[in-house]
Design a protein around this ligand. Sequence first.
Ligand SMILES: C[S@@+](CC[C@H](N)C(=O)[O-])C[C@H]1O[C@@H](n2cnc3c(N)ncnc32)[C@H](O)[C@@H]1O
Length: 382
Amino acid sequence: MTTPPDQPQTPPSNSANLPNLPNLPDEQPASRTAQPSYDSMGLGRTPGQRGAEILAGLRAEIMNTPESAALARLSGRIVARILRSLQSRNLAGINFIGARLYGMKELARRALPPGDQPATVVEVAAGFSPRSIEFAQAHSHVTVIEVDLPDVVEEKQKRLQRARMIEIPANLSWLSADLGVTPLAAVLEGRQVDVIVAEGLLAYFEPSESIRIARQFRDSLKPGGVFITDLPRRQGILDAQSQSGMRMFSRQAGSFLTIADGEEGAQQLFSEAGYVDVQVHYPSTLAETLNLATPVFDYEYLVSGRNPATEAPPLKRLPLRRPPPRPPRHQQQAAPHRRRTTKRRAATRPLIKRRRAEPGQRSSAHDCVQHITREVSLARNT
Ligand SMILES: C[S@@+](CC[C@H](N)C(=O)[O-])C[C@H]1O[C@@H](n2cnc3c(N)ncnc32)[C@H](O)[C@@H]1O
């Protein structure tokens, strides 16, 4: 199936370092998040791909790095621009993107074994995120492996290959699999690693599935290894319902199914999956610590948990700093909720007659423009 991730690699040159694209045989039906659906805006075959494309577009718009620019596509950038303008009164929502990306990178750094001991970090559902490239560049003694659906891995490699300015580190490699049906242990061929990072994955599975997947990840962690993920906060998601940009993102990327009811809910999910030393972080707090753009809207928690081990030292406990209390609703920046009017009802009616679309079918450029227009008009009327 795969090229073993720690096989000797050729020197870093974009094309030389990209050959290991091992696709697992796809015998089982695809999991729910890996199933194609109608691509109304030309962003990708599956909701996950569409989410990854918008996130890449947003990062390219707000972060001025060659990696984020190379990993974004025009359609993602266009949708990101619209989303950004819809969120213009809620900068904290946009700042969340950087806080989550670099907050999780920092948690992964803290979870590495001390000193320059060799270690392996796996980023699952990496999408078009630049984090693993940056992580591998910063920690040359760490083997970094990205895992995503085959289409996404292939497309990411193509984008990196085209970007001549970017040197792909020799300690970064790729594997592809549908993690909803294939256990990570099978993808890694039984190899155990130090850190597993999953951003934007578990939220799209039913809670019982999320627990099952998180438990399976534990099989691939060394004793004492750490799993880091994001989990939507119930309150954050409720607050976000008044944000048209967030609603537009969900229509493309899919709805959140696993949502943590408070810090206790996040702790409980990790405990049910068998983790210990569970720590719940707020992106806003990590953004302050890391000197990132603030304020940050805490849509989610960033959670880490350790695979139990007797010999592993306990995680260095950091004080959990709660974000300051939210101002009363009338002082918040988000647009006030307006009552549903006849005008809005008219706007929510589809502007274009929906043709029977094949799953994964990409709409024509004309349809894309109409869908984008509809999204903007929907947002304006809410
Ligand atoms: C919302 S995106 C997040 C991407 C990236 N982590 C980021 O933050 O930009 C979700 C990612 O999960 C991947 N994904 C969804 N379902 C998956 C599955 N069953 N197996 C593997 N990857 C999956 C998608 O391909 C996509 O890249």
